[in-house]
Design a protein around this ligand. Sequence first.
Ligand SMILES: Nc1ncnc2c1ncn2[C@@H]1O[C@H](COP(=O)(O)OP(=O)(O)OP(=O)(O)O)[C@@H](O)[C@H]1O
Length: 736
Amino acid sequence: MGERCTVEGTVQSVVFQNEENGYTVLSLLTEQGEVVTVVGCIPYAAPGEGMTVTGVWITHPLYGPQITCEQVERRMPREEEEIVSYLASGILKGVGQATAERLVERFGTDTLRVLEEEPERLSQIKGITAKKAMELSKAFRELTGLRRTMEFMARYDLPVHLAVQAHRVYGAQALQRLREDPYLLAGQSFGVEFSRADEMALSMGFDGDSPCRTQAALLYELQHNQGNGHVFLPREKLLWAAAQLIGLPPDRVEMCLDTMVEQGAIRQEQVAGVLGCYTPELYEAECFVANKLLSMLRFPYGKVRGVDGVIEEMEMTQGIRYAPLQREAVTLAARSGVLLLTGGPGTGKTTATRAIVHLFEKMGLDILLLAPTGRAAKRMGELCEREAQTIHRCLGMSYNDLTGRVTYKKGESDPLEAEAVLVDEMSMVDLPLMQALLSALRPGCRLVMIGDADQLPSVGAGNVFSDLIRSGRVPLVALKEVFRQADKSYIIRNAHLVNGGIGPDLKTNQGDFFFLCRRVPERMVSTVVELCKTRLPEKMGIAPEDIQVLTPTRRGECGTVQLNRCLQAALNPPSRTKNEKQFGDLIFREGDRVMQTKNNYDVLWEKDDGTMGTGIFNGDVGTVEEIDPSGELMTLRFDDRTVGYTADMLNQLDMAYAITVHKAQGSEYKAVILLAAPAAPGLLVRGVLYTAMTRARELLIMVGDDTIPGQMAENDRRTRRYSGLRRRLKEGGTEA
Ligand SMILES: Nc1ncnc2c1ncn2[C@@H]1O[C@H](COP(=O)(O)OP(=O)(O)OP(=O)(O)O)[C@@H](O)[C@H]1O
């Protein structure tokens, strides 16, 4: 066993086949008359076809000896009998044993060629109409095309399911298009790493300075940097980065960039002293957002009466007196079409929002309460005692398989009914989502955006909330006075200190804020484990599920990977009663806390009340409820929704006992344990510390090195994001 071999034969039967990834188990009748089992990626294999398989003999514990196929050369069936088995195998919809026999009887060994090239002749067969003949031929050509594209992917070690994707995008032309420009695979629809596509293209004989390589490098750099939050890149930076990527001198890249700019494949514009290069999509998004906001600001609203009365009513019901700035927020919301309401924790944003909602209701407006995440929407709904939903859901977002892009049902041609929209947690809204939201607002619809501009910016591209605030063009109320238990809450006091650039007071150790000094990473981790496992549940009555461990980083001894390993071992150790499923380095176990790490628009969920829907998104945290003993299916629970995960979806999951601060944005937890541990310098910054601290509702315990929180608070080096929205608003917008 383990010995390499090459066998030649005819497929006798296909035992198993996964259509998505081409994984196949088949029996091959060799030329020597032996039957061997072959396993590997052999898409759309069917009885009757011939193949030469090169691979390694292994012994499967259940199925015995088999060849793991590494390379396969395939031949369409040649003998009449083989062609009949091939066509009758169900590989072609609408063709069964009888039709297959009739076809071969009529066309003999020429049958497959006739199917592909002379479909009109098929209708000579009884039972095949002209229409059916065309359909059969089309299906056969698609099948052979898809099979060839799958083989092409497999040859270059790329995921075979990309072939299906390529056929969706380019149809029958897929293979030809990919052969002409393998860099298409590095584009957004496919998401293959540039280096992989490049390696493949070079091995196919493409030149190092072929235009498609340089163009792909330029687009790849722009797209890659969108992932870092940039809406555009300055021309010089883009040229340098693309040149680095493909090892060409920048002037060669420059020529290509100019051509792309001329063709509109990249948009270029002067943005505050730099020449900015945009992908067409984000350029359009930025111009649209600026123009639409400016036009909303010009909308002539009539005078609104009764604002004072509404505030008085709210003061009576809430038993508080509104501060002057809160009053101003309500007054401005009535007067202006757009309002920004910002402030740190406990500064009374929600209180003012409730009064605005009440006022709008009194004005008879149709109102929508929205937030960028499910959790934020839930919280907004509870606090405002009204229904609130995610922006995505309200806009009817769906994912287009064909383009690999997100689309929205609601938009300019089918706008929202609402006359006033209030959006909470605005700092998490990125530029494309803002574009989608604004394009779905009717003329005259009011928009109130609420958030804390000091939180980390959105994961996606842009700096929308902060750009709007700093533009000076949009009416703004910035609440400063802290109301929420200001005298009692050390979390809030410390968060405000941090926001002002001063480290939290680590000595108080009382109320809701504690600091445990540990300087050695191992001790930090063991303290965190002990807090979660025993101290908080036993001494403070906080259930482990109400505790969230946060850390700035994924990597290192105090990163999420290591912490999750230790926390899983302590909180959910192996047990005979719990099924497990291994995936890479992770072992999922019933009872584990897990997080979805990609947007999956298609996955189906069911609520406890029986309603169904689709979509589990990056950052959603759930629990493993059940793992099927075969390991093929895992049932997860996300709040009140149940979802089935098949084995091929496990790469979208990670453990979530500990998560990064970035992933915790927009969520709140009863108790937070935060690591103050060494990490990359870009992560040890004020925004990360401030965001982490303000995630804790009732208790915050920081564990770590006592010099780190101070350093983080002082470091206000916000990673600069290239975005032109602020300037566009200031300068009165531009045409897209
Ligand atoms: N003018 C006021 N006078 C007294 N108490 C107030 C006032 N405004 C708000 N509060 C109280 O302060 C607390 C925090 O207010 P609110 O929830 O509105 O703040 P927030 O900015 O939304 O906070 P967070 O973002 O942390 O949720 C609440 O208990 C609220 O009742």
